[in-house]
Design a protein around this ligand. Structure first.
Ligand code: CDP
Length: 227
């Protein structure tokens, strides 16, 4: 299945389930998987390390341009930037708080989108992010825009954080999710919006497996030509 589709673009707001679903889908289809969020997080981590001011677009852009990100291991789960393996650090609260500021810088986006397109040219893949269907891969064979209420997404993220051993209040998670969604949707460079030809997928109350099955159904529809 999916033989007529080479690239699947999945976009959506914070904690919509894009990564887990995208990964499962890629495994099911034998496709590569790329989570573009980790690239924005890696540049944010580097900027914080080097104390680059978050309002210095030029410096942030240079940092992204000159620091290619290496995605190693199974499905790019090990993220290497500037020679350091930073996969764990990418979930730091400090990175989480600043990533949407870095991601709004057009020069940063330009540098990362170039890398993302290069990776997509290599073969069949599922790519997840905020602007995949609108900007990075506008010709993707299937575009999905996943969403759920902020409360449900905050619950999911809060549970993830607690499983990782972070002692954090649900209300705080909800507040930060809303702030990040606001910044991502209101920036002028590649704001978070569904592509005109994206299929909207409301995931409220659904399990990850149910969402994967729904997307597999969409692939079948596209392949049959009735999508
Ligand atoms: O996993 P979560 O939904 O929390 O976020 P993520 O996918 O890791 O993305 C982190 C941040 O990177 C987002 O809030 C956006 O600000 C930015 N991002 C973006 O602007 N464009 C993308 N294609 C992917 C992420």
């Amino acid at each position: 299945m999916g033989s007529q589709i080479r690239v699947i673009a999945i976009d959506g707001p914070v904690a919509a389930g894009k990564t887990v679903v995208g990964l499962k889908l890629a495994e099911r289809l034998g496709f590569q998987f790329l989570d573009t969020g980790v690239m924005y997080r890696a540049i944010t981590w580097l900027a914080l390390q080097q104390a680059v001011p978050m309002d210095d677009s030029h410096l942030l852009g240079e940092l992204a341009r000159l620091s290619p990100i290496d995605l190693k291991g199974h499905n790019g789960s090990q993220v290497v930037v500037s020679g350091r393996e930073v996969s764990r650090e990418l979930r730091d609260p400090d990175v989480e708080r600043h990533v949407s500021l870095v991601a709004q810088v057009p020069q940063v986006r330009q540098a990362l989108v170039m890398q993302q397109r290069r990776l997509a040219a290599a073969g069949k893949l599922v790519m997840v992010g905020r602007d995949i269907g609108t900007v990075v891969l506008p010709d993707a064979g299937l575009k999905v825009f996943m969403s759920a209420s902020s409360e449900e997404r905050a619950r999911r993220r809060w549970q993830e954080m607690r499983q990782r051993g972070r002692d954090v209040e649900y209300q705080q998670v909800l507040k930060e999710i809303k702030e990040r969604d606001y910044l991502d949707s209101h920036r002028s460079a590649s704001p978070l919006v569904p592509a005109r030809d994206a299929r909207l997928l409301e995931t409220e109350g659904l399990t990850e497996e149910q969402v994967v099955v729904l997307i597999l159904g969409m692939i079948q529809e596209v392949c049959r030509g009735d999508g």
